[in-house]
Design a protein around this ligand. Structure first.
Ligand code: ZN
Length: 252
């Protein structure tokens, strides 16, 4: 059994065939999906998906790209949604100083506001960080102890060790299959199996051979096979560990 720990099935890319996509995933062994909010609207839709599908759980949050639009009212709405049944985390939240779609000050304010929500509610967080690793960890430190997963891990061994040192889970996407991603494969190898999580981040980041096409939860199977190969262990061990890690962090 596998879990897609980070999907965006609420996105319009899935409007025409959402049911079929979920079934195809299940046929490949992807039993559960955690659908991740990226804006208030997307968080609402994630909760809706969790209501509709027994095998979907939701995270609610606002992506740093949306920070310029974030205000107290939005924060209150996220807080309220976070109390809904089957909401298992706050996310995705964090900092993105690569694309800088929103101002840095606003990104920091949003990140802090939703870390506080997570802390107040005792929920884990799903962290997005790009070109902002030091800043991200410095801010999280103000809210520790917190349970977290660093999603779509990209970084060096120093950042990996800092995240592991804070007790966080490390989640890898299908971009570990890209020819140029030797460094990412190295980071996966160095991630202890009891901290490893797998995700598609679909519809983004389709694996090698499918790039340019829509990603979907069924590709967690391929991801697990690749992770097993990189670590030199059995597929069953990867499935067992990553499933236990996701269920342990999100509590379902
Ligand atoms: Zn995402």
């Amino acid at each position: 059994m596998l879990i897609d720990s980070h999907a965006h099935l609420d996105f319009p890319e899935f409007d025409s065939d959402r049911d079929a996509v979920i079934e195809t995933g299940r046929a490949k062994g992807v039993e559960f999906i955690v659908n991740i909010g990226s804006s208030l609207e997307s968080s609402r839709n994630s909760v809706e998906l969790a209501r509709k599908y027994p095998n979907i759980y939701a995270a609610v949050g606002v992506h740093p790209h949306e920070a310029d639009k974030f205000d107290d009212k939005t924060c209150g709405a996220i807080l309220k949604l976070a109390g809904e049944k089957k909401v298992v985390a706050i996310g995705e939240i964090g900092l993105d100083f690569y694309k800088n779609y929103s101002g840095r000050e606003n990104q920091i304010a949003l990140f802090k506001a939703l870390l506080k929500v997570a802390k107040d509610l005792g929920l884990p967080v799903v962290i997005h960080t790009r070109e902002a690793q030091i800043e991200t960890l410095d801010i999280i430190k103000e809210y520790m102890p917190l349970r977290a997963v660093v999603h779509c891990f990209s970084g060096d061994v120093d950042f990996l060790n800092k995240c592991l040192g804070m007790g966080f889970f490390i989640s890898f996407t299908c971009n570990i299959t890209y020819k140029k991603a030797q460094n990412l494969r190295e980071m996966l190898k160095l991630t202890p199996i009891d901290r490893l999580m797998l995700e598609t981040d679909c519809p983004y980041l389709s694996p090698e051979g499918f790039r340019g096409k829509r990603n979907d939860p069924s590709f967690v199977k391929l991801l697990a096979e690749e992770a097993a190969r990189i670590k030199g262990i059995g597929l069953e061990e990867i499935e067992r560990a990553t499933t236990a890690n996701v269920r342990g962090l999100f509590g379902f």
